[in-house]
Design a protein around this ligand. Structure first.
Ligand code: G3P
Length: 282
């Protein structure tokens, strides 16, 4: 069995990683290609009847990704930087990235698609693989492309399609537009990792578009695993009620700081990750 995209699981529970990996292997695929995590998913796993110290929480995150890494040693595991967005600087993120990349041999550092996040990515992409998260616009994708030009390792970009759908916008348009923009440039150093997948339609369309990577929550994964359906050649992604996000002609040769990288959903996403993490840490 083969897919046109790499298949990752999105979650915070290694038991799900193990099950999803086994389901793929049983179906004749080599197993999961990777795993994404985020502070909300990890906080849910570490939640206890008392608050954790920040060391206990970081150790819990580390132990969780170690378990995931043992299950998929040939795939990669995203580990996110965490901190209060009001004070977390690019320097803090780089320092966390340098520490967290040593947690496991196959880690990828997840950085937010914010100004300090991209400042950190510009530096750290020469030292290790990065996954830029909370991406909601094609212009952010242009900035990520420019910020990571000098990378020495893999660079991933995670458009969150479900959260755009929630606002009545067609989130999968962002995936399609970013893939078209990168493909037209002839430089595919940024790999689009379709994230915030909420249903089988998202998954099928991302496969049809040949998004290099798709990360799937276990619930959707289990549903898909009943048949491991793939889209037919004439697949049509039909989502009445969602408004189109049109393709934009953007040049990729500017300095990344010249692009407008602001998106409200990026800001609210960063705030929510911090809120969820803070809810378990004293
Ligand atoms: O991969 C990103 C994912 O964890 C976010 O998904 O459903 O919270 O928008 P969601």
């Amino acid at each position: 069995m083969n897919f046109s995209s790499k298949i990752y699981i999105d979650g915070g529970d290694p038991a799900e990683t193990k099950q999803a990996d086994a389901m793929l292997k049983k179906a004749g695929y080599h197993g999961l290609d990777g795993q994404t995590t985020n502070p909300s998913l990890i906080a849910k796993r570490l939640m206890n009847n008392r608050k954790l110290t920040s060391k206990e929480a970081a150790d819990g995150y580390r132990k969780t990704v170690e378990e995931m890494s043992n299950i998929i040693p040939d795939g990669n595991i995203s580990i996110q930087v965490i901190g209060d967005p009001a004070t977390l600087t690019a320097e803090d993120m780089v320092s966390q990235a340098r520490d967290r990349i040593r947690w496991i041999p196959n880690g990828v550092i997840k950085l937010p698609c914010s100004r300090p996040g991209l400042e950190a990515a510009e530096i750290f992409c020469e030292e290790g693989p990065v996954n830029i998260t909370l991406n909601f616009s094609q212009e952010q994708a242009a900035a990520v492309f420019a910020a990571t030009k000098t990378h020495n390792y893999d660079v991933y970009l995670s458009p969150f399609v479900g959260r755009l759908d929630d606002k009545g916008e067609n989130g999968m348009d962002v995936v399609a537009n970013e893939l078209s923009m990168y493909r037209a440039s002839g430089d595919n150093h940024v790999q689009v990792l379709t994230a915030s997948v909420r249903n089988i339609k998202h998954l099928l369309y991302a496969l049809w578009l040949k998004s290099p990577v798709i990360t799937i929550p276990f619930k959707i994964f289990s549903e898909w695993a009943k048949t491991f359906e793939v889209p037919p050649q004439d697949f049509i992604y039909d989502v009445p009620g969602l408004s189109e996000i049109p393709y934009r002609e953007l040049t990729l040769d500017k300095n990344w700081t010249e692009y407008d990288i602001h998106h409200d959903l990026t800001d609210s996403g960063i705030a929510k990750f911090w809120e969820d993490w803070s809810s378990i840490v004293a």
